[in-house]
Design a protein around this ligand. Structure first.
Ligand SMILES: *Cc1c(COP(=O)(O)O)cnc(C)c1O
Length: 409
């Protein structure tokens, strides 16, 4: 982020100048980092047929989605609205996988009518889709491999108590439904959680999918979901994508030989593609010395970036107004009337009121989880692309808060 002159910049543009131009709080996305991550993943799997579907629940600004579409990715959508955004962003229906949980058969019918590929994660819907569509609609199945993976229980989705997927032990029941309705099962899927560091989790999951795949003769793809961990702290570990690539490519290609057909290997990363590409810039309103700590209170809070409070996630914080400042210890807090602490005891270049702080790794699950709590307005979004900055979402106004309210008194 620091350029040759020691100033902080994003995609070649000074962060403080962006805040002067667009005000704060401000989400800033750097498309070059998204491209770097996409290409890293593609290169790691160059020995096999790979298809990347971007999980847009991480960041669904239409411009970012369009950019990722332009890189050649497909889309992973978890709701019909994400499907609709994806179509608007330019993804072909056949490049969209709809992987929902606990939605009604109606939403599946809408997805099928839109021509997107559906991925089913419970026996009830499988049976209803079978009854209504028989073999006319290709369907993939989300298997719960019962693997514990992910940074913590809230973001782990493959364990035995998880609501996601159909248990691998229910394979006979799946087959009974599939045979009865002559369903066209063209893919198997798993997604075991987020922040998975250990590539063993993927390898174990792969073995389970390979085993299950033998029961379905018409497969076209196996989808290993996502959950790649990205670095948060300056010296943090992250999933070794290159090692995962070489390991999984080998076992996948071996399996394809055994299966008798070349299948496509799919991943659906969200965080991996956009986390590091995103920054949240905020201004320090108040520096407050208490008996035990020094608080830096900023003009944003859990309404704009809830991950630290929701998942205990770490977001590195930089004072971009003081590139050469001496570090001191601060606790950085939001302006919401809740305890919304972004970080305790952080070493940050000496803060004055009015300084701009930047939260790193804010691209994924930042803006998409933002709310209007405390009647605060949501931030503007800026995209830095090929050396230029573009406003891609206006800052909200009071009208936005009142837009759907009906005054009856
Ligand atoms: C959330 C989600 C993803 C993306 O997970 P990341 O950890 O952001 O990469 C992928 N697939 C499905 C089905 C998801 O629900």
């Amino acid at each position: 982020m620091k350029n040759n002159n020691g100033q902080y910049e994003i995609g070649g543009i000074s962060v403080t100048s962006l805040v002067e131009k667009y005000d704060s709080p401000l989400y800033i996305y750097d498309t070059a980092i998204i491209k770097r991550q996409y290409e890293r993943l593609v290169n790691a799997f160059e020995g096999t047929r790979l298809r990347v579907h971007y999980a847009c629940k991480a960041l669904n600004n239409i411009n970012i989605m369009r950019y990722i579409c332009g890189l050649g990715a497909g889309l992973d959508a978890v709701s019909i609205q994400e499907v609709q955004l994806g179509l608007k962003a330019g993804f072909a229906p056949s490049d969209i996988i709809y992987t929902s949980n606990s939605v009604s058969i109606r939403e599946f019918e809408e997805a099928i009518a839109a021509g997107v590929h559906i991925n089913i994660d419970n026996l009830s819907i499988l049976e209803q889709v079978g009854l209504k569509y028989g073999s006319s609609v290709p369907v993939s199945i989300r298997i719960n491999p019962h693997i514990m993976g992910g940074g913590n229980i809230k973001i782990s989705t493959g364990h035995v108590d998880s609501k996601f997927g159909i248990s691998m032990y229910q394979l006979p029941h799946i087959q009974r439904i599939v045979d009865t309705y002559k369903m066209n099962i063209d893919g198997l899927h798993m997604h075991t959680g987020s922040d998975i560091l250990d590539i063993e989790v993927f390898s174990k999951g792969a073995e389970i999918l390979f085993e299950a795949a033998k029961h379905f003769p018409d497969l076209k793809f196996l989808d290993f979901g996502s959950g790649f961990k990205v670095p948060y702290k300056p010296d943090d570990y992250s999933t070794d994508i290159e090692l995962l690539g070489s390991t999984l490519t080998q076992s996948f290609n071996d399996f394809c030989k055994e299966y008798g057909r070349e299948l496509t290997l799919k991943f659906e990363p969200g965080k991996f593609l956009v986390s590091q590409a995103g920054y949240l810039a905020a201004k320090v309103n108040v520096v407050k010395h208490t008996t035990s700590t020094v608080f830096a209170g900023v003009n944003t809070g859990l309404n704009h970036l809830i991950r630290p409070m929701f998942y205990d996630s770490y977001h590195h914080i930089i004072n971009v107004s003081k590139p050469d400042g001496t570090p001191r210890i601060y606790t950085v807090v939001g302006y919401i009337c809740e305890t919304d602490t972004f970080g305790w005891n952080r070493k940050i270049a000496e803060i004055s009121e009015g300084d701009v702080l930047v939260f790193l790794n804010a691209g994924a699950y930042g803006m998409t989880m933002a709310s209007n709590y405390n009647a605060r307005l949501r931030p503007a979004e800026v995209m830095v692309h090929e050396g230029k900055d573009y406003l891609i979402r206006k800052r909200e106004t009071l009208d936005d808060l009142l837009k759907n309210q009906i005054e009856v008194l």
